[in-house]
Design a protein around this ligand. Structure first.
Ligand code: HEM
Ligand SMILES: *[C@@H]1O[C@H](CO)[C@@H](O)[C@H](O)[C@H]1NC(C)=O
Ligand SMILES: *[C@@H]1O[C@H](CO)[C@@H](O)[C@H](O)[C@H]1NC(C)=O
Ligand SMILES: *[C@@H]1O[C@H](CO)[C@@H](O)[C@H](O)[C@H]1NC(C)=O
Ligand SMILES: *[C@@H]1O[C@H](CO)[C@@H](O)[C@H](O)[C@H]1NC(C)=O
Length: 334
């Protein structure tokens, strides 16, 4: 900090930048001169929000994921619908956002607090990256040095949301969708560990409970006792939006129970269980699930690295291609 601030004195303090980085590079100290308290400000708002919403940490990391997978980490997800440009956040099934992605008002609160402290400096895309890391750490997971310096894009890609992975995707499709973004099997398995906390609606498990892939039978890769448990919570004609824990053992803690659940055939989504039970998993993802199930440390180390990999997707760093939005929901001047 002392080194950073004396360095700041001799440099124009109004421009945030990555020293020595290439043009399209992110760095940890991007805001050290222009908004040194950015991290603490985000953290404070998140802790406050969590007091009335225990689910918020899970919801926020999912926003960063859904932002980064569509058009890169450019806060395209956060733009509200305007005439001619429907928002990604309203993309309905089979795209995964409408009535599902949540936490937007908390992002607004973070933005407002940052605009108070350092107007026009911290991008909404970086807010999502910071909120994801802080959410994991506050839930008992690993910390990592968040790379910063993304600008906010000017468009939202409604149809691009269809490229996000779906809960009924098999392992082949999941691997293809990650590979398309240069994310490998370790990234796929580690990032799926995000399902160690948060909630999921019944509608995403009813086919596995009652009529898997149109077979008229339950998914044979689901543990019998877990199926009985979920059948109580999600009866055939029950409310499809009823909420369940993605990890019933420790619902709000970031730990490696996601993997120990999968080892016991207790993954909630088909896409979760596929990582271990797909015929294709043997030589690919299953050994990684095994490794993370037996070592939380191995999971945490990979998760941190994979979050950085995901956070590096398509960042906008060229000022002619992006901006720092003053309101995360709107392009400046619109
Ligand atoms: C690998 C493919 C993935 C699929 C198919 C998938 C699918 C889903 C689905 C269907 C839900 C429940 C949505 C609802 O009930 O409305 C969900 C929730 C969630 N997902 Fe994923 N997801 C995937 C990867 C990820 C990744 C990479 C992360 C983060 C690193 C993540 C974090 C979360 C979290 C935290 C929740 C709970 C959110 C909340 O409680 O608000 N997911 N996911
Ligand atoms: C999103 O959901 C809301 C509330 O259910 C609905 O009114 C709206 O039409 C949906 N948006 C899209 C684009 O389907
Ligand atoms: C999304 O795709 C559909 C079907 O191709 C098309 O009709 C629609 O105009 C697209 N919407 C946007 C906003 O691009
Ligand atoms: C996986 O899903 C895709 C798309 O639905 C399908 O073409 C493929 O045959 C499936 N693979 C396996 C092994 O089931
Ligand atoms: C299961 O799904 C298939 C295909 O969607 C459907 O034809 C069949 O009637 C369903 N069976 C039951 C028992 O609901």
């Amino acid at each position: 900090m002392a080194a950073a601030s004396s360095w700041c004195l001799v440099v124009v303090m109004v421009v945030a930048l990555c020293v020595g980085g290439g043009a399209a590079q992110l760095c940890e100290d991007y805001y050290d001169c222009t908004c040194p308290d950015a991290y603490d400000i985000v953290r404070r708002v998140l802790i406050e929000a969590h007091k009335s919403d225990t689910r918020i940490f899970a919801s926020l990391i999912r926003l960063h994921f859904h932002d980064c997978f569509v058009q890169g980490c450019d806060a395209s997800l956060l733009l509200d619908t305007v005439p001619g440009m429907p928002s990604e956040k309203t993309s309905p099934p089979p795209a995964p956002n409408n009535n599902s992605a949540r936490g937007f008002p908390v992002v607004d609160d973070v933005k407002a607090a940052l605009e108070d402290a350092c107007p026009g400096v911290v991008s909404c895309a970086d807010i999502l990256a910071l909120a994801a890391e802080i959410s994991v750490e506050l839930s008992g997971g690993p910390g990592w040095g968040v790379l910063l310096g993304r600008l906010d894009g000017m468009t939202s890609d409604f149809n691009g949301s269809l490229d996000l992975p779906a809960p009924t995707d098999n392992l082949t499709v999941l691997r293809q969708k990650f590979d398309k973004l240069n994310l490998n099997d370790v990234d796929l398995v580690a990032l799926s560990g995000g399902h160690t906390f948060g909630r999921v609606r019944c509608q995403f498990v009813t086919d596995r409970l009652y009529n898997f892939s149109g077979t008229g039978r339950p998914d044979p890769t689901m543990d019998f006792a877990y199926r009985s448990f979920l059948s109580q919570r999600c009866p055939p004609n029950g409310p499809p939006a009823a909420l369940n824990d993605l990890d019933p053992t420790t619902p709000d803690t970031f730990d490696n129970h996601y993997y120990t659940n999968i080892e016991a055939s207790r993954g909630f989504l088909q896409s979760d269980q596929e990582l271990k039970s797909s015929p294709e998993a043997g030589g690919t993802t299953a050994p990684i699930v095994d490794r993370f199930a037996s070592s939380q440390g191995a999971f945490f180390a990979s998760f941190a690295q994979s979050m950085i990999n995901m956070g590096n997707l398509g960042p906008v760093t060229d000022p002619s291609m992006g901006e720092v939005r003053t309101n995360c929901r709107k392009v400046n001047g619109s």
